[in-house]
Design a protein around this ligand. Structure first.
Ligand code: MRU
Length: 345
């Protein structure tokens, strides 16, 4: 089995998701700026995975500070946190991970700097291990919602590659398969970065889970033909009212699912829920470069100089979501109360 990300001696090792599925290449990053660059360039992507990468990047940066006193250590640490946390804007997991690292720093500020560094590394590694366990719990909670024989459509990659392991949406599918359910997955290819075609198809195939790849514009037709029983997607940020940001195209799938009376599930850890925002309108939507649209694998598809728009996430209003699956339980409407209750558990 591949490893999405791991802490190795004085570095962070990641599988390079930009070149999958044709090449399985691992890269080691030895500084926090390199880790932030890897997040920006999508060497690693997916909300929980970039949370773990961010924490490891911060721990790595802190471990290399050679301070003359606590004041300079503190100043340098804050600079590192700001740099790493700013690598991508939409997934809240990055800010969540940064806050957790800052809390460890604060709690232990009276200790010798070498001890603080060791505690930061331990915290980042703990976040990695916790993420896999959280996904397994979330998977078990969600698997109950899938019928014994069903075709499940998913969008983007919310799998082992998008997390420290096992996956969120694909975690639900994996758990259902492990329970003996007969699940067939329809994977949207997910233009423009093709996370579905390149990553979801690759990891499910590797796991011998029955998967069929479709182009994004086929979902509606297949739903109308009665060939989709449920939709399960991940999320990058969920507002306190249940609105959920996920990969561009998710909103389209949700509206189609509602029209065809197909359950639409969002699977995400509670670290993806942003209680500080009231609705999805407050979620920043990342815009990426034109080349993701004009080119595929370095080959130009569109005329030179064409105007491009590339928002890479959209927000699905809560009214389209049948249930939100978390490690702490499954929440249904009304979401505001249900989500609030999750944080009391
Ligand atoms: O731009 P990406 O590939 O980082 O976007 C990822 C997604 O939108 C995923 O569906 C989401 O992060 C859930 S991952 C468990």
């Amino acid at each position: 089995m591949f490893k999405t990300i791991e802490w190795i001696d004085k570095g962070v090792r990641m599988i390079d998701q930009r070149v999958l599925p044709t090449r399985e290449v691992y890269k080691t990053f030895k500084g926090y700026k390199e880790v932030a660059g890897a997040i920006k360039d999508m060497v690693i992507r997916g909300a929980p995975a970039i949370g773990v990468a961010g924490a490891m990047g911060i721990a790595l940066g802190a471990s290399k500070i050679d301070p003359k006193d606590f004041k300079s250590f503190n100043r340098e640490f804050r600079k590192i946190v700001k740099h790493v946390a700013g690598a991508r804007p939409t997934a809240v997991n990055l800010a969540w991970a940064a806050r957790r690292m800052e809390a460890v720093f604060e709690k232990n500020r009276d200790l010798p700097t070498e001890e603080i560094k060791a505690l930061l590394i331990a915290e980042a590694r703990k976040m990695h291990d916790e993420d896999v366990l959280i996904n397994k719990k979330l998977g078990t909670n969600g698997a109950r919602l899938l019928k014994k024989n069903s075709t499940v459509l998913t969008h983007c990659n919310a799998g082992a590659l998008a997390t420290a392991g096992y996956g969120t949406a694909l975690g639900v599918i994996r758990a259902a398969v492990e329970k003996g359910k007969n699940i067939h997955v329809l994977a949207d290819e997910t233009r423009p970065f093709l996370q579905g075609a390149r990553l979801t198809a690759w990891e499910l195939k590797k796991d011998n889970i029955d998967v069929t790849l479709i182009a994004d514009n086929m979902a509606g037709h297949l739903m109308k033909e009665g060939l989709v029983d449920a939709v399960v997607v991940g999320a990058d940020r969920i507002a306190s009212n249940g609105d959920a940001a996920n990969k561009i195209g998710t909103y389209t799938v949700a509206v189609l699912a509602k029209e065809h009376k197909i359950p639409f599930y969002v699977a995400a850890p509670t670290s993806t829920i942003d209680m500080e925002i009231k609705t999805g309108a407050e979620i920043p939507i990342e815009e990426r470069g034109a080349r993701e649209i004009t080119h595929i694998s370095g080959v130009r598809l569109a005329p030179t100089g064409i105007k491009i728009k590339n928002p890479v996430f959209d927000v699905t209003p809560a009214k389209y979501i049948t249930a939100i699956i978390t490690e702490k339980g499954v929440v249904k409407k009304p979401y505001r109360a249900g989500i609030k209750a999750l944080f009391k558990k």
